[in-house]
Ligand binder design. Sequence first.
Ligand SMILES: Nc1nc2c(ncn2[C@@H]2O[C@H](COP(=O)(O)OP(=O)(O)OP(=O)(O)O)[C@@H](O)[C@H]2O)c(=O)[nH]1
Ligand SMILES: [Mg+2]
Length: 322
Amino acid sequence: MSLAALRAGGKPALAKALTLIERAPRAPETLALLDEAWADPQGFVLGLTGPPGVGKSTLTDALIRHWREQGLSVGVIAVDPSSMQSGGALLGDRARLSVSPEDSGVFVRSLASRGRLGGLAALAWPSAILMRAVHDRVILETVGVGQSEIDIAALADVVAVCLQPASGDALQFMKAGLMETPDVLAVAKADLGAPARRAAADLRAAMSLAPPRLDGWKAPTLLLSAQTGEGLAEFVAQAEGRFAFLAKSDSLQEKRAEQAASWMREALRDSYGRAGLELLRRAAPERLWSAGDAPFVAEAAAQARLERVFARLEAEFLNSFA
Ligand SMILES: Nc1nc2c(ncn2[C@@H]2O[C@H](COP(=O)(O)OP(=O)(O)OP(=O)(O)O)[C@@H](O)[C@H]2O)c(=O)[nH]1
Ligand SMILES: [Mg+2]
C-alpha cells in the first residue's frame, strides 16, 4: 500500500495498514509505507499519560469532540497494559468514548501490551506515525507515570501528563525526576475543587524548581475537568501552542529526528541487546542512517546486518564445543 492509497482509502485502508504493522512489521511493503508516512506528516501526535483512572479516556473523548467541531480529523491509539490480564480494559475504553462509528474523521485503535511496555513502544510508535500521516491530530494514550510510560509519551510531538488531585501523584512524579518530559501538566478532575487546586499549587511549586528547558519552553500546570469541560480550551491551547512553538523553529525537525533515532535504538536493543548497539556504534550509525531520514527501512537493514553477524557468532560458539 502506498501513502496515497492509504489517504484515499479511508478507515478500511487505515485499519488494514495498522494490521500490517502488527502482523508483518518486517515486510518491505510495511517498512516502505512507514517511511513514506514518517516523511509526510499531516498533523501532530499528542502523548497523553497519567496514572490509572485519572481520566485520560474521558479527556481523549473531550478532545475528539473539540477537534471534530473544528473540522480536524483525529486518530487515537490507546496503549493498554492491563488488557492482557483483564481482557476487558479495551471494552472499558470503547464504552467511555462516545465516538460515532459513522464519523470518518475519527479512528480509534487499542493496543494491548504483550506483558512489557518496551515491546509495545515498538508497535505504538509506528502506529502513531502512520496515523499522523492521515489525521490532523493523533492522541497516544498510555497508562502510568513511570519511566517507561514517559518514554513512550516522549515519542509524541507534544507530551501531556495528567495527575490526580491530592493523591500524592505530584510527589511521586517529582521524586521520579520526570519533570523534564511533559510539555503540559494537568491536574485532572478539577471539579473536585480544593484538593485539585492544592495539587496544582504543589506541582507549580515543584516545577518552578526544575531546571529550565533547553528550548526555553515553560510547561504550564493547568486545572482540568474533562467532565465539566473546565480548563479544556486552555489545555488544547497549550498543546497546540507547544506544537506551534516547535514548528516555528528547527526544533520540530530535530525532535522528530531524535524520536526516530531513539525508536531505532530501542528496537535494536530489543533484538540484540547492548552488544548489538555497541557493534552499531562502532560501525558509525551514520553509515546506516542519517539523522533526519525516515528510520524504518534503515532499522530493518541494521537488524538484517546484525542478524547475519549473530548467526555466524552462534555457529562459531557452538563449534567451539565440538
Ligand atoms: N469528577 C471527575 N471524574 C472524572 C473526570 N474525568 C474522568 N472522571 C472519572 O474517572 C474515572 C476514570 O476515567 P477514565 O477516563 O476512564 O480514566 P483513564 O485515565 O482513562 O483510566 P485508565 O485508562 O483505566 O487508566 C471514571 O469513573 C470517570 O467518570 C473529571 O473531570 N471529573
Ligand atoms: Mg483509559
